[in-house]
Design a protein. Structure first.
Length: 274
């Protein structure tokens, strides 16, 4: 087997996402053939080299699993939480598989969340250059003027933590329910921390509810707190979106991933009450 970067091998084994695997390497808990490795450029052969993480020998790449979850409010999108709050992993336990969330939805947000043990795909989806579109339905406090909506469409300055303000990328925004507290459909091609909330705060409005209803080619179609596996076609379409290419034929995609139940009909429209 050809040599690959160590973090990619660790991610493929389902130990952690590629980003977390890089932290494990620089943290000095990964060894190759008895030698501690702390440099990210090191390559290894998963079949012939003895790779250990925290002293445990890697058993090689595991079968990849891809899940769609409808994340409910009141759960953090992490593997564990130091404050003891419920995590999305609590909803996966009992399924007998080890997966990790791709990206984040904040504690108060809900909707479509991907989970997988395919570290390579997770890395591509969350990388800043991927530009995979993500669509949300959002309830806003008060009615923004059309001028403010146009401002949001073109990009506004928001602050991330203690960093300098950054301008958001252009977004697609349309009103889908007119009310004193209207609902909007918003499509972003980036995923900054609490981005939608900060965007509306920048034009003087508070966001009351956020639900993600699409992620690239995928549409939310499971009930809150539930999850389902992606089928081979969905995985190929998602991978193609992350790599900026056209998806392969259904026959070719099926060879790369075991088939799962077909996707259900689209769901996720806002509730009738404002």
């Amino acid at each position: 087997m050809a040599q690959e970067r160590l973090q990619k091998i660790i991610a493929a084994a389902g130990i952690a996402s590629r980003r977390k695997a890089e932290e494990l390497i620089t943290g000095g808990v990964v060894s190759v053939n008895g030698q501690i490795v702390t440099e990210l450029g090191i390559k290894a052969d998963a079949e012939h080299d003895h790779i250990r993480v925290n002293g445990k020998l890697l058993k090689g790449a595991q079968r990849h699993t891809y899940l769609m979850m409808n994340k409910p409010k009141g759960h953090v999108t992490t593997v564990s939480d130091p404050e003891g709050r419920p995590t999305v992993m609590d909803l996966v336990r009992g399924a007998g598989i080890r997966v990790y969330p791709v990206g984040r939805l904040d504690y108060a947000s809900e909707g479509l969340l991907l989970l997988t043990n395919d570290g390579d795909l997770a890395h591509k989806l969350t990388h800043a250059s991927s530009h995979v579109p993500k669509t949300y339905v959002v309830k806003v406090s008060g009615v923004p003027t059309e001028e403010k909506i146009e401002e949001l469409r073109g990009g506004v300055l928001i602050r991330e933590d203690n960093r300098k303000p950054v301008r958001t990328a252009p977004a697609k925004i349309s009103m889908i329910k007119q009310a004193d507290n209207p609902w909007y459909e918003i499509t972003l091609i980036e995923g900054r921390n609490r981005q939608i909330r900060k965007m509306f705060e920048a034009v003087g409005h508070h966001v009351e509810k956020i639900r993600r209803v699409r992620y690239g080619p995928l549409h939310l179609d499971v009930e809150p707190g539930k999850l389902r596996p992606l089928n081979a076609r969905e995985v190929e379409e998602l991978r193609a979106a992350a790599e900026g290419r056209r998806p392969q034929s259904a026959h070719a995609a099926k060879k790369k991933s075991s088939s799962s139940p077909p996707a259900k009909k689209k769901a996720g429209a806002p509730p009738s009450r404002s």
